[in-house]
Design a protein around this ligand. Sequence first.
Ligand SMILES: NC(=O)c1ccc[n+]([C@@H]2O[C@H](COP(=O)([O-])OP(=O)(O)OC[C@H]3O[C@@H](n4cnc5c(N)ncnc54)[C@H](O)[C@@H]3O)[C@@H](O)[C@H]2O)c1
Length: 324
Amino acid sequence: MGFDAITFPAGTIFLVTGGAGFIGSNLCEALLHKGVVVRCLDDLSQGKEDNIRPFLLSPDFTFIKGDIRELDTCMAACAGADYVLHQAAWGSVPRSIEMPLLYEGINIRGTLNMMEAARQCGVKKFVYASSSSVYGDHPVLPKKEGQEGKLLSPYAVTKRVNEEYGRLYKELYGLDTYGLRYFNVFGRRQDPHGAYAAVIPKFIKQLMNDEQPTINGDGKQSRDFTYIENVIEANLKACLAPSDVAGQAFNVAYGGREYLIDIYYELCKALGKDIEPIFGPDRPGDIKHSNADISRARELLGYAPEWSFERGIKAAIEWYKGNL
Ligand SMILES: NC(=O)c1ccc[n+]([C@@H]2O[C@H](COP(=O)([O-])OP(=O)(O)OC[C@H]3O[C@@H](n4cnc5c(N)ncnc54)[C@H](O)[C@@H]3O)[C@@H](O)[C@H]2O)c1
């Protein structure tokens, strides 16, 4: 259960791309606790130096400021690495609808550069962030790998293309790739600021500042909100997964279903606020319900998430109380 018992030999080198972002910085931190060598590649376009500042004190941590759109940068970062946890990308469905070309360049070309660099450098495992958005408009719940529908945003297209390259790099070149389809991750260091912030940190920040949050739609949309510890577990377990399950993508979620409106009132209660939300229009590219069947990751990666939504949200609220 969890990832406490997972160990790697001393001197093992991990490259975390997007390591100054929300998920990447949590991966760097967990890896440093395991006593391995960690390289973080990030261009700081979305991430923050503050997220990695404490790690810079560790002799096992190196920060490389660079852009995954440059193959030379990817090659230099991958040289000698045993494992790559590729998180660098631009997120946000609505922003991708506004800027499709940028998303193509970063999320598709950047990821292809990283896979190519990993292949040329002889990396053992290439674990990369995919997304539940690849399920598009497929109506079946829970979402199960192999039942993908029509894609609804440029962001979803980029993640789908990443998965196709992930499959091809295994089949054509023997690179062990594992795509992790994250479902609405939340937890410490997730950025609450800006127009494209994820809903949980945004609501927490607004409520703490006595602002009135806007819910897009009627609030009856549901998601499989996944606490960051479960995502760390999936990444570490993918590094230890057998080669014969590489080349595919795996749902990474808790396997629950939370309604946005319920979360909103839970946050109000936890923060002692009595503020009614504003209801705005639905967002284009969004689907109404999304929850995951995690049996593939359970069976093939040994993924056994320990952090329920309730447990995770308590920890997240505590963190934001001390860090906003
Ligand atoms: N947070 C979620 O709920 C969620 C859900 C599904 C998928 N994902 C995926 O997980 C990964 C990490 O997401 P996150 O929430 O931590 O986002 P984030 O924005 O906090 O982190 C992404 C990091 O990548 C860096 N980056 C962006 N473009 C880069 C480039 N060209 N070169 C180098 N670095 C670059 C950013 O500066 C940032 O630090 C992304 O691939 C995202 O698409 C996240």
